[in-house]
Design a protein around this ligand. Structure first.
Ligand SMILES: *[C@@H]1O[C@H](CO)[C@@H](O)[C@H](O)[C@H]1NC(C)=O
Ligand SMILES: *[C@@H]1O[C@H](CO)[C@@H](O)[C@H](O)[C@H]1NC(C)=O
Ligand SMILES: *[C@@H]1O[C@H](CO)[C@@H](O)[C@H](O)[C@H]1NC(C)=O
Ligand SMILES: *[C@@H]1O[C@H](CO)[C@@H](O)[C@H](O)[C@H]1NC(C)=O
Ligand SMILES: *[C@@H]1O[C@H](CO)[C@@H](O)[C@H](O)[C@H]1NC(C)=O
Ligand SMILES: *[C@@H]1O[C@H](CO)[C@@H](O)[C@H](O)[C@H]1NC(C)=O
Ligand SMILES: *[C@@H]1O[C@H](CO)[C@@H](O)[C@H](O)[C@H]1NC(C)=O
Ligand SMILES: [Zn+2]
Length: 498
């Protein structure tokens, strides 16, 4: 049945206006729904899904349910796979203008060349806005409907406000983690907290929430700034706190143990420690005790070289993130696929180390799918995100099940996790509204956004191209030095040298 002719769409729109509610029926698709009673995915073939305003209000086992509200817009989803939108629990949207410049960067070089501590002079507030907005559009196109942005571009009040405005304007579901940091003598943590409170009381958005990012827990555990941030968490009813957590030779801290010592794990605030590489058994226990989460960013942790040797041991308190999307993929689907095979490799290795043969696979596509969707919602304290169930937010991705990549699928979850790409994501909805439709972003004025973005990116990239790479020699973190890195080369003999 191919219902959505122009006439019916106009009729549906008129109904929306007159009844002031909007409903959409996604009809005839394979739905990857979530069953709260069993905590399992439930696949519904040839089903349909009713969206009223911003929520999923009914899920049917049939493609043509009776009694749908008059004026409902019907979208034919035969041969489609309907998935919850993907949840990214760690990203820095402001960095989009650096695209492809960090293709071979390391974490130490990144901090000296692209990090929040050095990048301020490159950006006007307008540059910041367009870089953030364009990056979020890239994420929406790739099926990422929810983002926890660790916004450490809070260099001036104008830069901070522009990042928040771009997030709200994007239409994505953004938890905007305003970073409290020593940006300058006259714009430090006390001034930032004051701006945060102002924004919190004046700012309105149905999709963007103002939350907190802070990285100086271990660096400055007893200082006034840290006490002020804890006080804000205690008194502001903020929904999410995020921090970069990293041990091993990096000694950055901000581990669950640190946060427990500061008495900020036993809270109702959803708390996400990004990377959290090198966790100890004690840290893992704290995450489980207080139901706090980590954000594994598989590609970032491999690309920049800080790895994730123990993260596969605490997947029940984990979610997935992208991190520095200017250096690689922006989609959570790629992260899920990388992490699926990383987890398998790590666990298989323990078997191979005993000279034994694996008798089954240790990690399934269903687990990877839940990590990329529902676990992100739970990490943010939002059981209504990353799932298709009645009452959940209507944040959805519709895959073309007849694309060259998916043709012949029987297992919808395997099709998505192991075969699909961004090009197979035909439509994307956030809060019940299409942001991508029939393969194209349908955001306002995208062509103009591209033009503005390219101007800013060209200018900023020109400056970086002329900036010499930092020397990576000697000692970088007190106590630990740079190490010798053998180069891999695919060319026989002398090789190419890079
Ligand atoms: C889907 O269900 C409808 C009726 O609800 C039926 O006409 C149609 O043949 C079904 N399609 C498939 C692919 O099973
Ligand atoms: C990294 O790539 C850039 C070009 O993108 C190149 O100029 C630089 O020499 C490379 N650095 C290393 C260490 O390979
Ligand atoms: C930020 O400033 C405070 C107060 O001067 C200081 O104690 C703290 O170490 C600084 N943090 C960083 C990361 O520079
Ligand atoms: C939030 O959504 C409601 C209902 O659709 C709408 O009336 C209101 O204007 C929206 N608010 C903002 C700030 O977008
Ligand atoms: C925050 O709340 C915790 C737990 O209620 C309490 O121990 C701590 O003293 C409070 N800290 C501040 C700075 O208000
Ligand atoms: C705290 O925020 C939540 C939403 O994040 C809201 O439901 C709740 O009512 C708020 N509580 C207070 C005391 O403001
Ligand atoms: C968390 O704090 C509450 C009081 O606010 C206390 O009753 C509870 O025992 C604490 N939980 C843990 C695991 O320490
Ligand atoms: Zn990060």
């Amino acid at each position: 049945m191919r219902i959505p002719t122009i006439d019916l769409r106009v009729a549906a729109l008129l109904y929306c206006i007159t009844l002031s509610t909007c409903s959409i029926l996604l009809s005839g698709g394979t739905i990857i729904s979530f069953d709260d009673a069993t905590s399992c995915l439930r696949i519904i073939e040839n089903g349909s899904l009713l969206i009223t305003d911003d929520r999923i209000t009914s899920i049917f086992d049939t493609s043509t349910p009776p009694n749908i509200p008059p004026g409902t817009e019907i979208i034919d989803c035969i041969n489609k796979i309907i998935s919850p939108g993907f949840v990214d629990t760690h990203r820095h949207g402001w960095q989009t203008v650096f695209k492809t410049l960090g293709s071979n960067t390391t974490l130490a070089e990144y901090l000296l060349r692209y990090g929040s501590g050095v990048a301020a002079p490159l950006f006007s507030p307008d540059d910041l806005y367009i870089s953030q907005l364009t990056g979020i559009y890239e994420a929406l196109n790739a099926g990422v409907t929810t983002i926890l942005d660790h916004a450490h571009h809070t260099w001036t009040p104008e830069h901070a406000a522009m990042g928040l405005k771009a997030s709200a304007d994007s239409g994505a579901r953004v938890f905007f983690g305003y970073a409290f940091q020593n940006s300058s003598a006259d714009f430090g943590v006390p001034e930032q907290i004051a701006q945060w409170k102002n924004l919190k009381s004046s700012f309105e958005s149905n999709t963007t929430d103002l939350v907190i990012a802070y990285d100086d827990w271990s660096g400055n555990p007893a200082g006034e700034n840290t006490r002020a941030v804890i006080d804000l968490i205690n008194t502001s009813n903020v929904s999410v706190l995020t921090t970069h957590s990293l041990e091993g030779p990096w000694l950055f801290g901000n581990t669950p143990t640190t946060l427990a010592t500061l008495n900020i794990l036993n809270t109702t605030t959803a708390t996400i420690m990004s990377h959290a590489s090198y966790l100890t058994p004690r840290d893992a226990l704290l995450l489980r005790t207080y139901n706090k989460h980590i954000s594994i960013t598989p590609e970032s942790e491999m690309h920049h070289g800080f790895l994730h040797p123990t993260s596969h041991l605490i997947l029940d308190q984990a979610s997935l993130g992208v991190d520095t999307h200017f250096t690689f993929s922006t989609d959570i689907l790629s992260q899920a696929r990388l992490w699926l095979q990383t987890t398998r490799a790590l666990i298989y290795q323990s078997v191979a180390d005993r000279w034994e043969i694996p008798s089954k696979s240790p990690f399934s596509v269903t687990q990877a799918f839940l990590l990329a969707t529902r676990n992100g919602g739970l990490a943010l304290g939002r059981p209504d995100l990353g799932v298709i169930s009645v009452g959940a937010k209507a944040d959805l991705v519709i895959f073309d099940g007849r694309s060259p990549a998916l043709l012949g699928w029987r297992d919808a979850v395997a099709a998505v996790i192991l075969h699909a790409g961004v090009g197979d994501m035909e439509s994307v909805l956030v809060d019940g509204e299409f942001v991508k439709r029939e393969g194209k972003l349908v955001v306002d004025g995208y062509e103009g956004v591209k033009t503005r973005f390219l101007e800013a990116a060209g200018r900023i990239q020109d400056v970086l191209e002329k900036t010499p790479l930092p020397a990576q020699e000697g000692s970088v973190i007190p106590g630990y030095t740079y190490g010798y890195i053998p180069q891999a080369d695919v060319v026989r003999g002398e090789g190419t040298g890079y």
